[in-house]
Design a protein around this ligand. Structure first.
Ligand SMILES: Cc1cc2nc3c(=O)[nH]c(=O)nc-3n(C[C@H](O)[C@H](O)[C@H](O)COP(=O)(O)O)c2cc1C
Length: 375
């Protein structure tokens, strides 16, 4: 559902044609203007670099509450709206939903919103345990999910170290397979929270690919979906740094540009055909696809799915692997129903779908400052 590579090619073609014509007509003047524009954009991304550095700075050995909140917010979350509020409670921190940050078109029942809370809770627990705090999730109450922060023996480890590096990598991967042991290690992280992680690779992936493309086509044909997506895009680093949220264009492999230009080009060039081609490319270059299935179809189950995903993403990162979501197959009810029968889920709800493989990192998505999400 993220606009990218196919469009970049088209936009790139257009810009090249444009540049070619100008050089033909204007020569040195246009060349100087292009260099100037390039320099201007390099300078313009400085706020993005500063924000990314600040976000991913190491967790102090004696972290303040805000340091722990920063690590919690590094969790994945739908459309990067960061639908959470943090507050101090007697034994730790509460994580509550922020319904002002819903994405009602893609996520009408708030499934993704609750899964996102699960991702943040899991990152917080892992960070807390690495610093000698209990990091246990209690029952959800009026204040939200409670994560206890009581003294405990420190549990440093690979998952903790992966938190600042973890990301959704929306690019083509290198096409290599995972070993049986790698798949098993990832699956084991989901079972910690009672969630099933179903792996498909090779020819079986094509059947899920068909559902992703069918779901994506429906979404692209829905003007409300496209409007919600466009609203979430941050077209350049300065805009991403200013808001601290949203889908940074470069994180999806798109060129950065001034926001008004980006909005016009999005309307002009964002087409489902090239988006679908991109997804097919991305999926076929991946090692395989995981589908997560939580034990219950309610907010508690959706939170568990988020926690399971976050552990798997961190384990994958620690193992030098990348991942990216393919949730079109579960967001559209018709495709979700087909996935239920394809994977023989016996009416259980498939929660999240993502591919895994190997690739270099992409530019990272930003987060709002901890102060902005703390009550
Ligand atoms: C519940 C949930 C659903 C998501 N759905 C999608 C999706 O369909 N497509 C996608 O590209 N990313 C999806 N994401 C990933 C987020 O967009 C991503 O976590 C966010 O932009 C922050 O980026 P980062 O995880 O790379 O830091 C989802 C994340 C969560 C937790």
């Amino acid at each position: 559902m993220i606009w990218i590579k196919g469009h970049r090619r088209r936009i790139g073609d257009l810009l090249c044609m444009e540049i070619g014509r100008r050089i033909f007509i204007g020569g040195a003047v246009a060349g100087a203007a292009a260099i100037g524009a390039g320099l201007w954009w390099r300078g313009f991304s400085a706020p993005y670099v500063a924000a990314a550095d600040h976000l991913t700075a190491p967790l102090p050995s004696q972290p303040e509450t805000l340091d722990l909140v920063r690590f919690a917010t590094l969790g994945a979350n739908g459309h990067n709206t960061q639908p959470w509020r943090f507050s101090k409670v007697a034994d730790g921190l509460a994580i509550a939903h922020d319904f002002s940050r819903r994405t009602p078109v893609v996520d009408p029942d708030d499934h993704h919103l609750y899964a996102s809370l699960g991702c943040a809770a899991e990152s917080l627990c892992i960070a807390a345990r690495a610093r000698g705090l209990s990091g246990e999730v209690g029952e959800a109450g009026a204040e939200g999910l409670i994560v206890t922060l009581l003294p405990a023996p420190p549990e440093d480890g690979a998952l903790f170290n992966a938190i600042p590096e973890s990301q959704c990598t929306r690019s083509a991967y290198d096409g290599t397979r995972l070993t049986y042991e790698e798949v098993s290690l990832l699956e084991a992280e989901a079972t910690v929270h009672g969630v099933a992680a179903i792996w498909r690779e090779g020819a079986e992936v094509e059947l899920i690919l068909d559902l992703v493309i069918a779901g994506n086509t429906r979404q692209m044909d829905n003007p409300a979906f496209v409007a919600e997506l466009k609203e979430g895009i941050r077209f350049n680093g300065a805009q991403a740094a200013r808001t601290g949220d949203g889908l940074y264009a470069a994180a999806s492999g798109n060129p950065t540009m001034p926001e008004p230009v980006g909005r016009i080009l999005f309307d002009a060039f964002f087409r489902k055909e090239s988006d679908n081609d991109k997804y097919a490319d991305h999926i076929r270059s991946s090692a395989g696809i995981f589908t997560l299935v939580a034990p219950s179809n309610d907010p508690a189950g959706w939170i568990a799915a988020g926690r399971a995903y976050q552990r798997m993403a961190l384990r994958a990162t620690a193992m030098g692997l990348r991942n990216a979501f393919l949730n079109q197959a579960v967001e559209e009810p018709a495709m979700r129903a087909e996935l239920v029968s394809l994977l023989d889920l016996n009416e259980m709800r498939p929660n999240l779908v993502f591919r895994v493989g190997r690739a270099p990192p992409m530019p990272r998505s930003l987060r709002r400052l901890p102060e902005a999400v703390m009550d």
